[in-house]
Ligand binder design. Structure first.
Ligand code: HEC
Ligand code: HEC
Length: 368
């Protein structure tokens, strides 16, 4: 016979055990529900609202679940000590702070000031600097401005001379914004420089920065394929960027809600984005809008292919015969000859890039 005390203990244990069983069952059911929901989301998760820009920078995306991870979009971590933009509260009060704030405003709403209906001048294609330098140039792998000021003045392989920071800004006006440069002595460029100085105030010259510019994706074995890229575009980009990559204008028609990817109002063929490694790396970590380095939504191959599709569509041309005079410094993905090697313009544009890279390495080894 059990003692009354023992009996009590036994009952308690039975109650505990059955409680745990219920908990475990509930958890299992919840897990199944989450899996089912995320399976459904994989098909539609990237068809985000076409008005993405309105929530710019703050859009969050759920980490892709296992079926996507298998396709090469595994979630990745950003190191805890990676660069972060300074807090806005560190912008000083008064005139100096006003310049920094105006500089940021110009980068975020460039079109309102310099676009086809701009209030300061009509000298650009209507894109904003922020369209490619995401979140005011603070997003890692989104062409952030972290190390910019610390690295200038700098020897430019493209122009073959030492350039001041203002010249590098001018280049994006002429190429990415396919326009003209505002007078560099005036308030606007000075304010942009003030903002860039503030953004990069804690960065030292030569400091290695995680996440700067765009991710260098591993090369594909073959060439990037514009036809496969078109399929990616139709499925994952067109809803925001338009059937013909023309973008989507805001209601006031003065700026884009979603910027153009090609055509008359897009970046010209002298822009950084016209080089496939830059565009593919940007797309992988930032598009469809809301994607991040931590939660990419495209495989590397999809990113390369859609980049190939975009950069084989028509866009404004810039005469670049004065660029990269020293052929040995020409980037492997610069799509205009002449070259120091024997590869074609087409291969320099779409790859395969590995043989070009290998040939370049051999050249440098022979020389030394
Ligand atoms: C179409 C996309 C695009 C737009 C729009 C754009 N940029 Fe850029 N920008 C790039 C890319 C890509 C690079 C890196 C290019 C390279 O490797 O040459 C870059 C580089 C830069 C750099 C050098 C950064 C560094 O750390 O060396 C600065 C500064 C810059 N851009 C400023 C601007 C400003 C200011 C505007 C607006 C007037 C602007 N950009 C608009 C794509 C763009
Ligand atoms: C949900 C809407 C949305 C989708 C889907 C989307 N984008 Fe974007 N994209 C944007 C917005 C908004 C910006 C500008 C970001 C900003 O200004 O903060 C942008 C910017 C860009 C830019 C740089 C600016 C330019 O116009 O050249 C490229 C390149 C780009 N997207 C490519 C793609 C590709 C490729 C896909 C498909 C894989 C894609 N986008 C899907 C909304 C979208």
């Amino acid at each position: 016979m059990m003692q009354p005390e023992e009996e009590k203990e036994l009952v308690k244990t039975i109650v505990k055990v059955s409680r745990y069983t219920i908990y475990i069952t509930l958890i299992a059911v919840a897990c199944m529900a989450i899996t089912i929901v995320s399976l459904f989301n994989n098909g539609s998760g990237t068809t985000a609202s076409p008005k993405a820009n309105e929530g710019a920078a703050t859009t969050s995306v759920t980490a892709p679940s296992s079926p996507l991870a298998a396709a090469g979009t595994t979630p990745r971590a950003i190191p805890a000590d990676a660069w972060k933009a300074p807090d806005e509260s560190t912008i000083p009060a008064g005139k100096a702070g006003d310049m920094i704030r105006y500089g940021k405003e110009l980068l975020v709403h460039t079109s309102q000031y310099f676009g086809p209906q701009g209030s300061v001048a009509h000298i650009t294609n209507g894109m904003n600097c922020q369209n490619c330098h995401l979140a005011g140039g603070t997003k890692l792998f989104g062409n952030d401005y972290a190390g910019f000021i610390a690295s200038y003045p700098k020897m430019s392989g493209r122009s073959g001379k030492v350039e001041p920071a203002s010249e590098r800004i001018a280049e994006c006006f002429e190429r990415s914004l396919a326009g003209k440069v505002p007078d560099t002595s005036k308030k606007e460029i000075q304010s942009i420089l003030a903002y860039m100085k503030w953004i990069g105030k804690d960065v030292k010259k030569g400091q290695k920065l995680f996440g700067s510019a765009t991710e260098k994706l591993a090369f594909m074995d073959g060439a990037a394929d514009p036809i496969k890229g078109k399929a990616v575009f139709t499925m994952k980009c067109q809803s925001c960027h338009g059937n013909n990559g023309e973008g989507m204008l805001a209601a006031d028609k003065k700026s884009y809600t979603n910027p153009p990817l090609w055509g008359k109002h897009s970046y010209n063929d002298g822009a950084g984005m016209y080089r496939l490694t830059n565009l593919a790396g940007f797309v992988k970590n930032n598009m469809p809008f809301g994607a991040t380095y931590e939660s990419p939504q495209l495989t590397d191959e999809e990113a390369w292919n859609v980049a190939a599709f975009i950069n084989t569509q028509p866009r404004p041309h810039k005469d670049q015969h004065n660029d990269w005079k020293d052929l040995k410094k020409k980037p492997i993905d610069f799509p205009f000859g002449p070259y120091a090697d024997a590869f074609s313009e087409k291969q320099h544009k779409l790859g395969p890039f590995k043989p070009i890279k290998d040939a370049q390495k051999e050249l440098t080894v022979k020389k030394s």
